[in-house]
Design a protein around this ligand. Sequence first.
Ligand SMILES: *Cc1c(COP(=O)(O)O)cnc(C)c1O
Length: 403
Amino acid sequence: MDTYVSHLECSLTGEKYNKNEIHNLSKVGKPLLVVYNLDKIKKIISKEELHKINYNGFWKYSFLLPVDRDFRISLNEILTPLVNLENVKKSINSSGDIFVKDESYLPTSSFKARGLCLAVSMAKQLGIKHMAIPTNGNAGAALAAYCARANIKCTVFCPEDTPEINIREINALGAETYLVNGFINDCGKIVFDGKEETGWFDVSTLKEPYRIEGKKTMGLELAEQFNWELPDVIFYPTGGGTGLIGMWKAFNELEELGWISRKPRMVAVQSDGCAPIYKAWKENKEFADLWEDPKTVASGIRVPIAVGDFLIIRALNESNGFSITVSDDEILNDRDFISKQDGLLMCPEGAATFSALKKAIKQGLVSNNEKVVLFNCASGLKYPLSDVKSYIDKNKKVDYSKF
Ligand SMILES: *Cc1c(COP(=O)(O)O)cnc(C)c1O
């Protein structure tokens, strides 16, 4: 054994579970979280020793991850860059730095690679032969890619209006790919109901314990990239919330290791066409209701119900953060604005975090001298872009006066 996992624990009741068995949700139907033996980790590695590890990818943090060395699968993930939006910052009269953690550099061009790399690696270690997932696109592609690498059978269910490019990508990566006339939760029900008959393992968001450990590496990377002085606020486009919960878990583990002393405020950004977490947080509730008829161009956050709702809300409240919503118009305008200002074509979910920042500054929730991190969770090229209509006929005289 070369990990420091102590056991798994129910995120609601604290009940303990054996780390060597295959698990989905706890007995009360809530996510299981991995608990580490942090005292041991403290003794084997320091921040200084970590800096010296010459490995450009999140397996660098394997001492805080659950997979034994022999089962760590990799498609050459890299530590993703922090892009400083210098021109955008000037144009909104901000004196605080606005960084984008650009996750489009990961395999399959989205941060879903982090969670699914971990889930597939653990599945390999635990002897799982077939995995199935409901997805709005990016999770399916990442699962398909890592399953191909690990030689595990992969079955994917997407809402029929998932962006075409995602569906084709999943299929190209060898997954058995199905379109469903419903939303991601309808796809999730198909996966859940078929477990007995097919024997597949359900990799739905937070319904197995390891995707969150992969997403946790965003928090570990941020901490190291900022030299253990985390920024003031993190804006996260929140669907199932794995990333937000994962980063908060990372910060708590780092705090217990004594590597950081201050944690950022966490902000859950949602679309006003699908805002179950925002609504529950605003109403001071612990759990969220199903959002009827979810609509947004930001398909990654079109998640009408999240099994980790109370964990997202807990992280917002513990960190003194908040939830906020933005409209599709704001998202698309800001995507174009950032592209033209700073040359970074963000995905709509990523652009939503910038729309949310502007709104939060206006509402006095964030001051304009604070250091902020936004997330570009996927390549902007995976989404529909505007048509180009300007045309030149090579056989006619070109009218140069118009350029
Ligand atoms: C999945 C996804 C999200 C939401 O991430 P969660 O951690 O599940 O909340 C946001 N943006 C994109 C592009 C995604 O693929």
